[in-house]
Design a protein around this ligand. Structure first.
Ligand code: AHR
Length: 826
């Protein structure tokens, strides 16, 4: 049973106005075919054309940048998994197929200079071509679909267009193509019936030759008529987001200079936007561009938070650093973007904004310089961008990717990203408690449980706990967003994502409902609250490992008194000589494997012993300790839970590797002993560092006892560390209030109902309201059961200055209490 004391008379600070927002990045085909509901895939016929600064290898399976970064390409179809799952027939022009036609790309006679291909079609009489869209096209009876085509003919040609599935046509029309040069033809389809897994077919009854320069098919009905998919925008709106971070993410950086994002390529008529290859394995038409993002912000009353490339490609993907003119060009691109958003209509870019239908300036109060960039290369570029932009736009709030203020460089906000386990988030409720109040504010720009309980209710609870910690510190944490936001389920490249969609439906994962609940219940002031609860220990398991230098010698390895065998030689090998074991250096193959998953020292040995499943036991070993020789004993050595994101499925991570084993490190350096937790953003010392009774050039006895809650470590019979296994409160809450309302956000991470005693310093009305999100720990939503985990609002009775609130097992709760004597409530 937990206890929560609420002191409404003790205000801490105002709530952060825009704390909860959204982060959109075009990943999992979230843009074209998704939020931007183009139905024709490869509408510009350029999907199979590699970016100018990349080449393809292995029969177009791989795309390789000049700096050597490799991505899956598959001739422009993207990940092999997508092809396999959708059983896609081969085609030289992704998504396009033909029958009784000669179909080829024309790389010279294109619609305009932004286009690098057109589709040239020579129809036999009755020949046809078709496009299968994004895993088939779905139509709804009675709905209208807007269509246009830029086509060139050499003599008048009649074409028949139909939207059809295996049951035949659902909508059709004919067009007579004629005229010289590329001509635009517009039309509209009206669906006579529902249609799934459909396609757009273009037939030429009498035969003929045409070139298609660009083609588009979209639902006529879009959100506010602004071109975005209605149900998805409504799902975003329901989150009540305060800001939109866009357009990425890694796609801002790109994996080569040509794939880096540039504002100028994403504005103007879509057929004049060049489009570009994204690092998430496909090409974007950039129909969802700068203007569309700003319009979405306006439609949902969100602050735009624009992330721009600061002159480098992704540092995790063989980076290229822009210098000289190339850097200036990038910076100018951002200046142009700002002029587009904020400039007058007589400025070059402000005029284009007006031409695109928005004469009034948009808002632009937040700018993020780069995405996940760091190091001196970033610092230099950050400063140059900041100085240039701040001079012209002194009121914009700047966001850095790192704590750049520590280098003496000014920033308003620092963007911090967290991808981890449920336990990490729950254990780090207090992450911001001791943060420096004199430095920049914090933006939790990307946050998600990506290992273990991904996409399930328990993940949402862990995230909720962390957000409660953020709310308790919203004098410093001023913005937060989940990542990634959207996933077209037929093109998954990352999991989990907040909202999953197919052609017609969309569902929120459990985390979606946490963000929705938190986003709607803000309050005005954070008030002091205190809580008492049980703790939940991190589920730890696994036996022992040794990490050190080659030449390591040990004997008498025991687990619970029984001989302990090596289970995995991750780095180095063991040789035995009578009862003594010697660990030799890692071999070439081990080093090569390690390089793929690990940035550390490849000379280090890493040997795992025993059973991964043990949770308690006693370890003994005699280790030969040499003078000043440093080594670690890994306590609880097991693999960290797998993430679902596998960048290259042809090279999946090995089941055991140096990158996925993260024990607590019992580190011996000379006469010093430390127990270390390997965690993010930096390792933590558990308990105290101490000097220990080690004998050099001699065998020493190392012994530890673990029971899932405590770790007791001994050297030569002396207890040197006694430390708790990391744990987190089973119940956590944050309280905000308004003039007449008290809002409690609370999470119960335990498997049992918690009858929480709530004690207030003011009177409240008996009746109150709660929103509850609860279910099985591993429950998730699906298209079949989209509402399995969803917040439910209930009226309750019985609140008072001291009352019990039953927080269901595994639940997130918003408790809204009405102050009954407002004057006294403070
Ligand atoms: O959210 C997915 C990716 O994770 C983002 O592109 C990047 O910023 C982070 O590494």
């Amino acid at each position: 049973m937990s206890k929560l004391q609420i002191f409404t008379s003790q205000k801490m600070f105002p709530t952060a106005k825009n704390l909860y927002g959204i982060f959109f990045e075009d990943i999992n085909r979230a843009g074209d075919g998704g939020l931007y509901p183009e139905m024709i895939r490869n509408r510009s016929f350029e999907d199979s054309i590699p970016p100018e600064d990349c080449h393809t290898e292995m029969n177009e399976y791989a795309l390789v940048s000049e700096a050597g970064w490799r991505d899956q390409f598959n001739h422009g179809e993207g990940l092999s998994r997508w092809i396999k799952d959708q059983n896609l027939p081969d085609t030289p022009i992704p998504a396009w197929y033909g029958s009784r036609v000669v179909l080829e790309l024309d790389r010279t006679d294109t619609l305009n200079e932004c286009r690098s291909a057109a589709l040239s079609v020579e129809f036999e009489p009755g020949g046809s071509i078709y496009n299968i869209g994004y895993a088939g096209m779905t139509l709804r009876e009675g709905e209208e679909y807007s269509f246009y085509i830029y086509a060139r003919t050499f003599e008048p040609v009649l074409i028949e267009l139909s939207l059809e599935d295996q049951d035949g046509k659902a909508a059709d029309m004919s067009l007579e193509l004629k005229g010289s040069g590329y001509v635009r033809y517009d039309g509209s389809f009206s669906a006579g019936r529902d249609c799934r897994e459909g396609r757009l077919t273009i037939t030429c009854p009498k035969g003929g030759r045409i070139k298609i320069g660009y083609i588009s098919l979209m639902p006529a009905k879009t959100y506010n008529g602004h071109g975005l998919r209605v149900d998805l925008v409504e799902k975003l709106k329901d989150l009540n987001p305060g800001f939109l971070r866009f357009p990425g993410g890694c796609i801002v950086e790109g994996f080569s200079p040509k794939t880096a994002m540039r504002f100028k390529n994403t504005v103007g008529p879509v057929w004049e936007r060049p489009g570009h290859q994204l690092m998430w394995h496909y090409r974007s038409s950039d129909g969802l561009g700068f203007h569309e993002y700003l319009q979405l912000c306006e439609d949902l009353n969100m602050e735009p938070l624009y992330v721009f490339n600061c002159g480098m490609t992704c540092q995790g993907r063989n980076p290229v650093y822009f210098e000289g003119e190339e850097f200036e060009e990038m910076l100018q691109d951002t200046m142009n973007a700002l002029e587009y958003a904020l400039g007058t209509t007589d400025s070059r870019w402000g005029k284009l904004r007006a031409q695109m239908g928005h004469p009034a300036p948009f808002k632009m109060n937040y700018l993020e310089i780069g995405n996940e960039n760091n190091g001196p290369e970033y610092e230099i570029r950050y400063k140059r961008c900041y100085d240039a932009i701040h001079r012209q736009y002194p009121n914009i709030c700047f966001i850095a990717n790192i704590h750049i203020e520590k280098q003496g460089i000014y920033t308003d906000i620092v963007d911090e990203h967290f991808y981890d386990t449920v336990e990490y988030f729950a254990e780090n409720i207090g992450f911001y408690d001791e943060y420096d109040r004199n430095g920049p504010k914090v933006f939790i720009g990307e946050l998600a449980v990506v290992r273990g309980w991904t996409g399930k209710l328990y993940a949402a609870l862990g995230e909720a706990a962390f957000l409660i910690g953020a709310e308790r510190n919203q004098d410093i944490v001023s913005l937060a967003s989940y990542a990634p936001l959207l996933e077209n389920v037929d093109y998954n490249a990352w999991f989990p994502n907040l909202i999953r969609f197919n052609q017609t439906e969309s569902i929120g994962i459990p985390s979606y409902y946490v963000w929705k609940m938190f986003g709607h219940n803000r309050g005005e002031q954070v008030v002091v609250s205190k809580e008492e609860s049980d703790v939940i220990y991190r589920p730890v398991r696994g036996a022992v490992s040794l990490i050190g230098s080659a030449g390591f010698r040990y004997r008498n390895a025991r687990w619970n008194g029984e001989k302990l065998e090596i289970s995995h030689e991750l780095m180095g090998h063991s040789e035995s000589n009578a009862d003594e074991y010697l660990i030799t250096a890692p071999d070439i193959q081990q080093r090569e494997e390690a390089k793929k998953v690990f940035q550390g020292d490849l000379d280090k040995i890493f040997i795992v012993f025993g059973n991964e499943e043990v949770t308690e036991g006693v370890f003994d070993m005699d280790i030969f300790v040499e003078n000043e020789n440093e080594f670690s004993i890994g306590v609880y050595t097991s693999r960290i839970p797998e993430g679902v994101y596998v960048p290259d499925e042809t090279n999946p991570p090995k089941s055991w590797n140096v990158g996925n084993v993260r024990p607590f490190l019992w580190k011996i350096e000379g006469k010093n002993s430390t127990l270390i937790e390997q965690t993010y953003p930096e390792n933590k010392i558990m308990g105290q560092r101490c000097t220990v009774p080690i004998r050099f050039q001699a065998y020493n006895h190392f012994h530890y006892e673990v029971d899932g809650k405590m770790m007791r470590l001994f050297i030569n019979g002396s207890l040197v560390h006694e430390v708790q296994v990391p744990n987190f409160p089973s119940f956590a809450a944050v309280v905000t209030d308004t003039y007449d309302e008290i809002i409690v956000k609370a999470v119960n991470l335990s498997s049992v109902q918690d009858d929480v005693e709530i004690v207030l310093d003011c009177d409240v009305e008996k009746e109150y309201e709660v929103d509850i999100l609860t279910g099985d720990k591993d429950a998730e939503n699906s298209f079949e059961f989209p509402d399995k985990i969803k917040d439910v609002t209930e009226k309750r009775d019985g609140a008072s200055g001291c009352f019990r609130y039953m927080a269901p097992a595994y639940s997130v709760n918003i408790i809204r209490l009405k102050k009954s004597n407002k004057r006294n409530a403070g």
